[in-house]
Design a protein around this ligand. Structure first.
Ligand code: BGC
Length: 702
């Protein structure tokens, strides 16, 4: 066994090169005040709004002043790549979360940041970190997970990676998790649920990775629009988290007022100044609703970040990006690596996968999606790539001497029985889910705008189910590869197929990655970042037209656990071409937290990716606690027979609950059970600790 432990979250490596972590805040504050002192009211007002509704070559401009030599913000979407012309289309965020690999996410963030820079952008409108309260949320694919801890770790890695080059903007603050009614919806939540579940990942981006901006959400929280929410924008961001960035609104309908928004802490209206217009602001000042100081505060935070990042016209984020990085070989390799590490093997009867090219003669590839560019939704996160490898192209390129034939969805499947194995590519597209842009006109004009929206049902569309059932019935062995951006219920047809691989929207290199995994050149490294229930009825009520949605501590695996409901495939689940064993869980106090180690052995015969997971259950609590929560995870490749010690850090804060009586997190006297294993329901290793209110002790030493 190698003696140096593998650090599950190596903070120094994750944050390497993040410019924001090197700032001298005293000097920046001084320079910003000096700059602000030289500006007229009109110049300050101009600093707090976007330039125009439409982007210029993919860039949304905001602020800037030629006379004063202040450059404009140039903002670019988004979570799966730079949305300006052509760019590397990475697997969607939920796919990358399935890798449980923070170093990979840091590298993806860095690559997207670099492409944004090369395209002239300086603010990346990502990551999207709203939790999947329900997997039917249309934008689930843009976000990471139903789990706070996983979302936080991936988001921090993305932010620090991207902030090697440009500012980031974690979005959308907060509770933006129902798409169809996002402009009217109120997400209702108590303080405990808000701070314990829906905000910690935003906090980590701001506190640990110093995210330079945050985007407010469209929806309301407890009846108040997020763009004019003092509790979120000022009390939480500034007072609790000491946020030093700016808050920009979401686009168009993200602002509903002038004075209320500015006073609440919204700093920039995007994409243009509808409410932050000269006229409206002058009227508000005239009416005594706003003061000059309110405008100063809003402009200050935008200018603060311009000073901090040395944003100057002509130089982007103080650097010059070369256009050659866009869709470079290195970025395409990274997109392929991310895809293969994101695939989750859910079923593999009789080791139908991987397909051995030497012993297999004939392979059928079935379904129109095999031959379709299907990179995810066509809303604001859409990325256009010139380097797309579809599943069919990827499999054809790697099939070697096998006879590989394609059958379209409407083909006659009678012949399938003559093939050694059938691979069905099925799933969802931008028409089924995604950002909701219901524009029949745009679609009929062939524009790239999406219908998207929430899914009323977690089942596959009927035509896709028929496809799978027809192909499975006609084949000797059948593997289904699913595409989609969240949980898909598979219970109806799971028993009739031999293999099932969740491949998400795998990005421009997804087809090449698929071939690597199907033929066993790599193992599928992913695990589920979202529970797949047996039936949608096992989850909470889901109404895609709801205008008010209550939020509490239970959703996803927390809900299933609390209701003793078994998932079809639980959170953290995923098979491998190899097998792993976890042993020797050790939990030690270390400062204000714990160091946890576990040894992970690859007991199979091929190199493969292990994803050890650490959960904590709190017992004998004074308050209702969720049965079990993820507190650590790692992704590491191990050779056959290799064993490695993996080390997790768990801060006491992660074990606290938010006590509304003291308006803060509190560590309570209770029993804390540390549980390690390979997914939420297989956690064989336990360690029991007790906090008696002043000291910790291990209660059942192993
Ligand atoms: C989306 C944001 C996006 C913005 C700019 C909005 O519709 O909600 O996520 O960043 O558009 O494209």
């Amino acid at each position: 066994m190698t003696t140096t432990p593998f650090e599950a979250f190596d903070a120094a490596a994750i944050h390497e090169g993040n410019k924001a972590l090197g700032f001298d805040h005293d000097a920046i504050a001084e320079q910003t005040h000096e700059l602000l002192g030289r500006m007229t009211l009109a110049q300050k007002i101009n600093e707090i709004r976007g330039l125009q509704p439409e982007p210029i070559e993919g860039l949304y401009y905001a602020g800037g002043d030629d006379e004063l030599g202040i450059a404009a913000w140039k903002m670019v979407d988004g979570p799966r790549g730079a949305r300006t012309g052509k760019a590397t289309a990475f697997p969607v965020a939920i796919a990358r979360a399935a890798s449980f690999d923070v170093d990979l996410e840091r590298r993806v963030g860095k690559a997207i940041g670099l492409e944004t820079l090369a395209k002239g952008g300086n603010v990346l409108l990502a990551p999207c970190i709203n939790l999947l309260r329900h997997p039917g949320w249309g934008r689930a694919q843009e976000s990471y997970s139903e789990d706070t801890h996983l979302t936080g770790a991936m988001a921090v890695a993305f932010v620090s990676g991207a902030q090697n080059h440009v500012l980031t903007s974690p979005k959308h603050l907060a509770l933006n998790n129902l798409e169809n009614t996002r402009f009217d919806l109120t997400s209702d939540v108590d303080a405990r649920t808000l701070h314990e579940l829906y905000l910690p990942h935003f906090k980590r981006c701001v506190v640990e990775a110093q995210a330079a901006s945050v985007m407010s959400a469209y929806n309301r929280v407890n009846g108040v629009y997020c763009g004019e929410h003092p509790e979120l924008l000022t009390d939480t961001l500034r007072r609790r988290w000491d946020f030093k960035g700016f808050v920009e609104s979401d686009w168009f309908l993200g602002v509903r007022s002038t004075s209320e928004s500015i006073k609440a802490g919204l700093n920039i209206e995007m994409p243009f100044g509808k409410f932050f217009s000269d006229k409206k602001i002058a009227a508000a000042i005239e009416a005594g609703e706003l003061t000059d100081e309110d405008i100063d505060t809003a402009a200050y935070w935008s200018l603060y970040q311009k000073v901090a990042w040395s944003i100057e016209e002509g130089s982007v984020a103080g650097d010059s990006g070369s256009i050659a990085v866009v869709e470079s070989d290195a970025h395409l390799d990274l997109a392929r690596e991310a895809a293969r590490k994101s695939f989750v093997l859910l079923k593999n009867s009789s080791d139908v996968l991987p397909i051995d090219r030497r012993s297999t003669r004939r392979i059928a590839v079935v379904g129109d999606l095999a031959d379709t560019v299907n990179l995810g939704d066509r809303g604001s996160s859409m990325v256009t790539s010139t380097k797309v490898i579809t599943p069919l192209a990827g499999l054809q390129a790697e099939a070697g001497d096998c006879d590989l034939r394609f059958f379209a969805t409407d083909a006659d499947f009678a012949e399938l029985g003559e093939f050694d194995v059938t691979i069905v590519i099925a799933g969802l597209t931008y028409l089924d889910e995604g950002e909701f842009i219901p524009s029949a006109q745009a679609e009929s004009d062939g524009d790239d705008l999406a219908r998207g929206g929430d899914r009323d049902s977690l089942n596959l569309p009927t035509d896709q189910r028929d496809l799978i059932e027809r192909a499975a019935a006609a084949s000797s062995r059948c593997v289904v590869v699913l595409q989609g951006g969240s949980a898909i219920v598979v219970s109806d047809w799971l028993a009739s197929v031999d293999g099932l691989l969740m491949s998400w929207y795998g990005g421009c290199q997804g087809g090449a990655a698929l071939a690597q995994v199907i033929f066993g050149d790599a193992d599928p490294g992913g695990r589920l970042p979202v529970s797949i229930p047996r039936s949608e009825k096992d989850l909470m009520e889901w109404d895609t037209q709801a205008l008010a949605v209550p939020h509490d501590l239970l959703h996803g695996y927390r809900w299933l656990d609390a209701h003793q409901s078994t998932a079809e495939f639980c959170f953290g689940y995923g098979l491998s071409y190899s097998a792993f064993e976890l042993n020797d869980l050790q939990v030690q106090r270390n400062g204000d937290g714990f160091v946890v180690t576990v040894s992970v052995a690859n007991t199979g015969s091929v190199r493969a990716t292990a994803v050890p997971q650490l959960y904590v259950s709190v017992q004998n609590s004074q308050v209702m606690r969720v049965p079990t929560e993820l507190k650590g995870f790692a992704s590491l490749e191990l050779d056959a027979d290799e064993t490695r010690l993996v080390q997790f850090q768990v801060a006491d804060e992660e074990l606290c609950f938010f006590d509304e009586a003291v308006d803060d997190f509190r560590l309570e006297a209770a029993d804390y059970v540390f549980r390690a294993g390979q997914n939420l329901v297989e956690l064989p290793l336990l360690r029991h600790w007790r906090f008696d209110g002043s000291a910790w002790s291990e209660t059942r030493p192993g």
